[in-house]
Design a protein around this ligand. Structure first.
Ligand code: ZN
Ligand code: ZN
Length: 340
């Protein structure tokens, strides 16, 4: 099979490899699609740690083609999406039932071979069956799972107001999840463009602030005027630490600020400790997800989180470089690699 393998950052090649072997409790899947995630750009640049050489692609799934002897609950031909993380089960955190913090956390597409290949092997418990979505939509289960985890982290109180900054695909899922889970008013603020057009089409929020890329200051000021007491929760889903630095000023007293996104490793922000103290601001992070996939499948399959149109560019595996460029240059909302 042909696969995209990274030898080091910025150095990927299309290599020919044997189809991987599955163990007794594992399942071999034949890929149908694997989405390009914003973090694939961070893998490319070396900002995300990987274990090389590795086949990348972590938003993946496909069709069950072979089952190990001990792999129960699936049949050949099932459409499945993969939760890409594998855990050690024996480290300090796993033993405290905090698997997301596993010392030996390994993700397919980063540390283990992933989905930019026509075949992949997954542990049985990490595959989830679905029926309704087509292959352009289906790999958003992963992005939506991270959004489910984000909602778990903030546990918004019924009737809250939330400012979500950033309209990435996972941001679009998060916004819809918040709307569906008791948030009274979601304001989605993001640079004007394709993603915000789609956000409106998907009815992802209650209010949209389409920011002027060059000069958003006036729009931020207007938002302060409209919400003089701020928001119960402010979520920064842009990956920009400068936006993060400014965002705390939108938190109400007793409010919460959620860091949601991959930031540059060396980035630092200035936070007023006096504001955090006096206003009792809760600052929390949300990274990846653990066991949120089953809920994500239900939300997407029922269309309560609508992902139609998020993937708007498809490439073949041989065009991986072009697909990365399309994401990097913001020529699409989201790109996917489609397989035969
Ligand atoms: Zn991703
Ligand atoms: Zn562990």
């Amino acid at each position: 099979m042909n696969a995209i393998r990274y030898n080091k950052p910025r150095d990927f090649v299309l290599v020919t490899l044997p189809v991987p072997q599955h163990g007794p409790r594992e399942i071999l899947t034949k890929a149908k699609s694997c989405d390009i995630c914003g973090s694939d750009l961070h893998v490319d640049s070396g900002e995300l740690d990987t274990r090389v050489p590795v086949i990348t692609g972590h938003e993946t799934g496909g069709i069950v083609v072979k089952l190990g002897n001990g792999a129960k609950g699936f049949e050949i031909g099932d459409k499945v999406t993969a939760d890409n993380a594998e855990l050690c089960g024996y480290c300090h955190y796993c033993r405290q039932a905090k698997p997301l913090y596993c010392d030996n956390f390994a993700a397919h597409g980063l540390h283990l071979d992933g989905g930019f290949a026509p075949y992949c092997v997954f542990p049985t418990e990490k595959l989830f069956r679905f029926e309704n979505l087509d292959w352009e939509e289906a790999m958003l289960f992963e992005a939506a799972s991270c959004a489910v985890h984000g909602v778990d982290r903030i546990r918004p109180v019924i009737g809250s107001t939330i400012l979500l900054i950033g309209s990435s695909p996972t941001g679009l899922c998060l916004s819809q999840l918040l709307k569906a889970n008791g948030v009274q008013h979601v304001v989605l603020a993001s640079n004007a463009g394709l993603k915000m057009e789609l956000a409106k089409k998907l009815n992802a929020a209650h209010q949209y602030v389409e920011l002027d890329r060059q000069n958003p200051q006036q729009q931020w000021q207007l938002l302060h005027v409209q919400f003089p007491h701020g928001f119960d929760v402010v979520i920064v889903a842009t990956g920009s630490h400068l936006v993060l630095e400014m965002a705390i000023n939108f938190c109400t007293r007793g409010g919460t600020l959620l860091y949601y996104g991959v930031y540059e490793k060396d980035a630092l922000i200035r936070v007023s400790p006096s504001k955090v103290f006096m206003d009792e601001i809760t600052i929390i992070g949300s990274h990846s997800q653990m066991w949120c996939m089953a809920r994500s499948v239900k939300y997407l399959e029922s269309r309560r989180v609508d992902v139609r149109g998020i993937v708007d560019k498809a490439f073949r595996l041989e065009e991986f470089g072009q697909a990365l460029d399309a994401v990097r240059n913001k020529q699409c909302v989201k790109a996917t690699i489609l397989f035969n």
